[in-house]
Design a protein around this ligand. Structure first.
Ligand SMILES: *[C@@H]1O[C@H](CO)[C@@H](O)[C@H](O)[C@H]1NC(C)=O
Ligand SMILES: *[C@@H]1O[C@H](CO)[C@@H](O)[C@H](O)[C@H]1NC(C)=O
Length: 191
């Protein structure tokens, strides 16, 4: 039984090694990232797609299509949601950015974009791939964002006011000791 499993393992290993020995071709890894720290209703969201060719030859006719931003939920501000890159050389990155603006607040699941490309110049078919998915994010309402922002200003002010005594106290101590010392030295000079 054990021997049989071992044999299967070896066959599986040889199988994967064979599968990896493909002719020279392109292989793309596509990352989709949301560059914003905060997602806010009616404010720009920057989406970056990075195409990384980990293959040995250039990827051709690369097409990134993102159908995940429904017009009901997002205003398309700039950048193509259907982008074409003629050529991505091996071991290099090409990026593309899109700007959108959410119409509503609430949770939104940022899903992957679809990618098509040709792995070799004479590949008969296009390779289909998907980008990474940023996942679920919370789009806050503009009102909440404005409130939070103004409360940060208040926090900051409170911090500045609170640090004032800690700066003032050592100064006061230094001042009193300095004047005491001066008074003492004046007294001693008299003698
Ligand atoms: C391309 O991007 C990948 C992943 O983001 C990174 O690890 C790699 O260093 C980049 N390569 C170049 C040539 O910029
Ligand atoms: C987001 O969408 C992806 C792909 O459709 C799914 O696998 C995932 O479970 C979803 N996440 C949430 C939190 O709904």
């Amino acid at each position: 039984m054990k021997c049989q499993l071992f044999l299967f393992a070896i066959i599986a290993l040889v199988g994967t090694v064979w599968a990896d020995e493909e002719p020279e071709s392109a292989r793309l890894l596509v990352a989709k990232q949301i560059l914003n720290k905060y997602l806010v209703e009616n404010m720009d969201i920057i989406v970056k797609y990075t195409v990384h060719n980990v293959g040995s030859v250039a990827a051709l006719e690369v097409e990134i299509t993102d159908n995940s931003f429904h017009p009901d939920r997002f205003v398309h501000v700039s950048g193509e949601l259907n982008a074409r890159i003629d050529r991505v050389p091996p071991h290099s990155n090409v990026s593309h950015t899109v700007v959108i603006r959410p119409r509503k607040y609430g949770y939104f699941n940022f899903t992957s974009a679809e990618v098509l490309y040709r792995r070799t110049e004479d590949a008969p078919r296009l390779q289909v791939a998907v980008s990474s998915a940023p996942g679920e994010g919370l789009i806050v309402s503009y009102r909440d964002y404005a409130k939070k922002f103004s409360s940060h200003v208040i926090d900051w002010t409170a911090f500045a006011v609170m640090t004032l005594p800690s700066l003032a106290l050592p100064f006061a101590l230094w001042w009193t000791s300095k004047s005491k010392y001066e008074a003492l030295s004046k007294v001693s000079k008299k003698h």
